[in-house]
Design a protein around this ligand. Structure first.
Ligand SMILES: [Zn+2]
Length: 360
């Protein structure tokens, strides 16, 4: 940890670090509570500061003593104190997740060995990464709810990262401000370029924006923060996580007797955001594991067959399945629209003047 802690006795240092950890967890939970508000209100263009939090069922403003992150939900057993309407478990879950993510960012600097985290060389970057994890939680949840990724996070975040990379080039392991900015800039460019190529091809193959422009802009941010190599790893992990998530939803839907289309229509944002967070915390461990795996494969040639071929087959199978389902879904959608248009087709009265054209 930092030098000033070295001057303290061991007991004092332990106490201080416990106080710091408690503070960070509380801060994370409070921020998580605010993120819940952002996730709900930003997509429907409501102010995040006014009005104060209220029950969705009875509309009663929630008093401060019933608005304590995580704890309130358990004390009130997931029900509104006034009308007893159920409150989603999602709220305390997001507060708890944010608290854990805040603590992990802090421990990257404080005690990275504990969970095998990437070490953070300077504490000045802690607030920046807190902002990053918080914005990722918001984007993932809004993508699940509305299939939107916020521009203010992707574009605003990219610009902020350029500034931070110049002020603290340690972000990219450098001491020179222009190296920091250049690495961020090249990463952002790579993120935009690769993302744009995937979006373009995806539109041709899937016949719809399966990988939307929102994802492209978010990849630009990841490139700015993690550099172009980090971005490639995040893409690779995101496709693996997306595969697992997709299969999970598919199996769940089959068990519940729902249609496969809902499994196919899941957004890519959650997989992309999860991959970026995993890379933030464990990129060193992942690279180490990858090198070990590569060495193992080089020593056992048949290892390649047993490990990589099944993964490759599974991924291509999933891709083919998704393409077929999305094409089928789009075809049905177009047929339904055509049928509807035919049903509602009425003789249109000739427009008298251009200004009064009713269908313009
Ligand atoms: Zn209520």
């Amino acid at each position: 940890m930092a030098e000033f802690l070295m001057a303290l006795s061991e007991e004092e240092a332990t106490l201080l670090s416990r106080v710091a950890i408690g503070f960070v967890v509380c801060l994370g939970a409070i921020i998580g509570s605010f993120l819940n508000v952002c996730i709900y209100r930003i997509p429907i263009n409501q102010s995040v500061s006014y009005p104060r939090s209220h029950c969705f069922s009875c509309g009663k403003t929630i008093p401060w003593y019933h608005n304590i992150p995580v704890l309130t939900w358990f004390i009130l057993r997931g029900k509104c104190a006034n009308c007893k309407a159920p409150i989603s478990f999602r709220y305390p879950a997001i507060e708890a997740i944010t608290a854990v993510l805040f603590l992990m960012v802090f421990q990257m600097w404080g005690n990275p060995k504990l969970f095998g985290l990437n070490p953070l060389s300077i504490p000045e970057l802690i607030p920046f990464f807190w902002l990053f994890v918080a914005s990722t939680v918001v984007d993932v949840m809004i993508d699940i709810d509305h299939r939107i990724l916020l521009d203010r996070i992707s574009l605003g975040g990219t610009l902020l990262t350029f500034v931070v990379a110049g002020a603290f080039p340690a972000l990219h392991g450098s001491n020179l401000w222009y190296e920091g900015v250049l690495t961020s800039f090249c990463g952002a460019l790579a993120g935009f370029g690769i993302g744009f190529a995937i979006a373009f091809l995806g539109e041709r193959i899937f016949l719809q924006d399966a990988f939307g422009f929102g994802d492209v802009k978010w990849m630009m941010l990841f490139g700015a923060i993690f550099g172009w190599q980090g971005l490639l790893w995040i893409m690779l992990m995101a496709s693996l996580i997306g595969l697992v998530m997709g299969c999970g939803v598919l199996i769940y839907n089959r068990v519940k007797g729902l249609s496969d289309e809902q499994a196919v229509a899941i957004p890519f944002g959650p997989a992309l955001g999860t991959a970026a967070l995993v890379w933030l915390f464990w990129s060193r461990a992942i690279l180490k594991g990858f090198l070990a795996a590569r060495n193992w494969v080089l020593m056992h040639e048949q290892g390649f067959l047993w490990v990589f071929v099944p993964v490759l087959l599974l991924m291509s199978g999933w891709l083919v399945f998704r393409i077929r389902m999305i094409r089928k879904y789009n075809r049905e959608l177009m047929e339904a629209e055509a049928a509807e248009a035919e049903a509602t087709l009425e003789p249109i009265a000739e427009p008298t003047t251009d200004q009064e054209h009713p269908h313009a």
